[in-house]
Each structure stands twice: as C-alpha cells, then as structure tokens.
Write a protein that binds this ligand. Structure first.
Ligand code: SF4
Length: 434
C-alpha cells in the first residue's frame, strides 16, 4: 500500500529521490478515507497475511502522519484479521511514547518497522547524507525489541563511497544480529538524487543483475534475508538542472558524459520488448525528436503496412551512440545537434571508432534477442561503417537494405536515403523478414 502525505523532513540522503518529492500534506480525515479505500481493495479477494505501507518519508513523523492516524491504521488492520504490518519510518522518529501508543491499539497485529539501515558504517553514512548513525540504529533496535516489535531493515547494495563487497559484508553481519528481516536493495540513480550526478561524473555506477547477484548470493542462506534488484523502474531520467542542448561535432560532444551514462544503461540494464525481434539500424535526423523529421516520416511510411512491422525494432545510431527509438524523446536524444559541416577527417575517424565500440557492446548484450538484423544507411555514411564493422567483428549475420547497385543510382539525389528507389529496396528487404 502506498500512502503519501507531505515530504520527508530530512530529505538529504544522497541516494534517495523519494525523500525530495513534495506531496501535499493530508489531514486526518483525508488520510483515513484514503487508507480505508486502499484497505478495502487490498482485502477484497482475501485477507492477506501482511500489509506493507510505503510512505513519502516516515510514518512516525507527526508532521506527515498524525499519531491518531497511525493508531487508527493499526487498530483497523487488527480488526480485519491481517497478521502482520510493516510500516516505514525514520529510525529517529521511534520513541517509547510512540511504541506505547502502537501497543495500545495493535491488538494481535504483529508490527515490523521498515527502516533504512543502508550501511553499518558511520563514515559512509555521513557521506551518504544519512541523519542517523549506527549507534542510533542499535539503540532503537533494542527499544523496538523490548517493546515486542520487529525490524525489517533495508540495506543498500553497491552504495557510493565504499568498496561494495566489504561494505555489504560489514552491514549484513551487523543487521543479522538485530533485525528480524533484511532486504538487500540495489542502489539506483534516482532523478532527483545527487547520486545521479556521481554516475554522470563517472564516480559511481549502478550494479547490474550479474554484479548484484555476485554481491548478494552469499547472504541468501539466511532465511530472514531477501533481495530486491528491481525496486525502481530504472531509465536514466535527467534532472532539469542538468539539461542543456549539446551542440557540436567534436570530441567533447561525441563522448559527452550524458551519452556515456545512457550507453551504460543500454549495455547493462535495458531489455528490448520481447515482440521486437527484428533489429533495423537506421540513421538519425537533424530534426528532433526524429519522428518529426522528413527522413523518419518517409522511412516509417514506407514500412508501416508490412506484416512484420510490429516485430521491427528501429534503432538509430548517431553521435550519442545507440538509440532505440522508444527513447528518442528522452533527454538528451531530442536535445543535441551534430553539425556535419563542422566535422574534420579526425572527427569522422573518432566518430566511427567510438560508435563501432558502442554498437558492439550493445550487440554483445542483445544480439541473441533478435532473429534478424537489418541495416539501412547511405553507403558513404560513417555510421554505416561503424555498424558494419561491429557486426563483422562479432561475426553476426545481417542484411543491408540498400544495395550497392541501388545506392549508385541515387547517390547524387538531394536526400538519397528517402529516395523512392531506396525506400522500395528497404520495403522489399524487410518484407522478407520473418
Ligand atoms: S532515505 Fe528516508 S530519510 Fe533519507 S531522504 Fe529518503 S525518505 Fe528521507
């Protein structure tokens, strides 16, 4: 159950975007109404064993959730016959007085506090911007235990400012001593969190599934331990303050850090949609997003009534690197220009070699997803050279949808890639795709 009200009073943790999100603070009656309706839906089919309540900060912070509301929640849950309740709170908001109040209303309900321990190291906690210390956690854990409650601790896997394996080992050893349940959560660069900047600056990067599994596997033998790799629908979403238009045909624009984080995401986290199993490499366009350009409109008009159209996955390759078209409107893919007239022989060479590597890394991860690969480019294009070199080096089969012969007949036209001869070849080529 998610019940937001107000903003985390601390809001300064480096890794947390939720705590910076401002939502309206709700009054007692509104909170009760929302809770009743969510509870009604949660128990409609059957009574669940457990309810977890996620908040926009800390449920025991009276500025966000009045004490009367918290008492109401626990007594209502107890009445329904639900056995267990996990409520999220800042460890510093736990006090004897609040535990007494919960004990008065909870009946038979077992209550666990969902608490962000993150890491059991004060230096790292300080750098992470946490308000609490390891000692705070130890003290409150003792109080919680004495009062008959439990702890469900959230531990960060791969946080910045520490060596991931030793940091996790130290934290898990600590947590196993004082927590009933421990969730190892992957650390992600939330849009509004300073951690996003660390990723962009190349000072930290999120752990992918294989890295996460390697770090966490040794702890899974403990029955109170679980993992949460995909707690966040991860796509690089840039905060507004970082958004600028990237213009230029030079080294800095080619390997811009914003492009590098996207390529990192595409190479290690991205999963193409299952039905999109025919890969079509296509050129970029000056107008953004690409779908508004003459080039893309003509290409898509030419292929949209093909039987295989729904399976075709168009992927642009351009100065930002590999760009699956579903991301064309994401920043910075609609906010860059690579003015070709500024290119030098050296830039062209670097462009080809950088993009060959990007395409290779993308294909190493994703080639097995695609049944067929198609390439549709001008024969003079550096991007084509980069893609074909990557495919050849990986030994992957592909079809080129604009033949050498066809190219020779149209190469002097104004925009040859959307010449009817070229588009007819593209259609015929993709019509054979299965
Ligand atoms: S981790 Fe918790 S305390 Fe820190 S900013 Fe986020 S919601 Fe607030």
């Amino acid at each position: 159950m998610v019940l937001e009200s107000g903003k985390c009073s601390w809001g300064s943790c480096v890794f947390c975007g939720w705590g910076k999100k401002a939502t309206d603070t709700k009054g007692l009656e509104q909170l009760k109404q929302e809770f009743d309706s969510k509870l009604g839906r949660a128990i409609k089919a059957e009574i669940p064993k457990r309810i977890k309540l996620f908040t926009s900060g800390s449920m025991l912070d009276e500025q966000q959730y009045p004490t009367e509301f918290v008492s109401y929640v626990v007594s209502e849950l107890d009445k329904t016959g639900i056995a267990e309740f996990v409520l999220e709170t800042n460890v510093l908001d736990i006090s004897q007085e609040k535990l007494d109040s919960l004990n008065k209303h909870k009946g038979k309900l077992k209550i666990l506090f969902g608490i962000g321990l993150e890491v059991a190291d004060d230096d790292v906690l300080k750098k992470l911007g946490k308000q609490s210390t390891v000692q705070n956690f130890t003290d409150k854990a003792e109080l919680i235990k004495q009062n008959g409650f439990g702890i469900r601790a959230y531990v960060l896997v791969n946080p910045p400012f520490c060596e991931p394996a030793s940091c996790l080992d130290k934290t898990m050893e600590f947590a196993l001593e004082c927590c009933e349940e421990i969730v190892m959560i992957n650390t992600y660069p939330h849009r509004d969190a300073p951690l996003f900047d660390l990723w962009v600056q190349g000072k930290w990067r999120p752990a992918d599934q294989a890295e996460f599994d390697k770090l966490t596997s040794k702890w899974l033998k403990h029955k109170q331990v679980e993992t949460d790799f995909a707690n966040y629908k991860f796509v690089p979403k840039f905060p507004r303050r970082l958004m600028t238009k990237i213009i230029g045909a030079n080294h800095d624009c080619l390997v811009h850090p914003y492009y590098q984080v996207w390529q990192d995401f595409l190479q290690r986290f991205y999963e193409p949609r299952p039905e999109k199993n025919i890969l079509l490499f296509i050129p970029c366009a000056f107008r953004k997003p690409y779908k508004k350009s003459r080039t893309h409109r003509a290409i898509f008009r030419a292929i949209k009534d093909l039987q295989s159209y729904k399976q075709i996955h168009p992927i642009v390759v351009s100065s930002p690197g590999v760009i699956p078209v579903e991301f064309q409107s994401y920043y910075p893919f609609a906010n860059y220009d690579w003015p070709e007239w500024e290119e030098t022989a050296e830039t062209k060479q670097e462009y080809t070699s950088v993009n060959k590597e990007r395409v290779k890394l993308f294909l190493k991860k994703h080639a097995s997803h695609y049944k067929q690969i198609f390439v549709y480019f001008k024969h003079t294009s550096e991007t084509r050279q980069a893609i074909i070199a990557a495919l050849d080096e990986l030994g992957l089969e592909y079809n080129e949808c604009l033949s050498k012969q066809g190219w020779e007949t149209i190469k002097d036209e104004k925009n040859p890639i959307i010449h009817e001869t070229a588009l007819a070849e593209l259609r015929d080529c993709l019509a054979k795709a299965q």
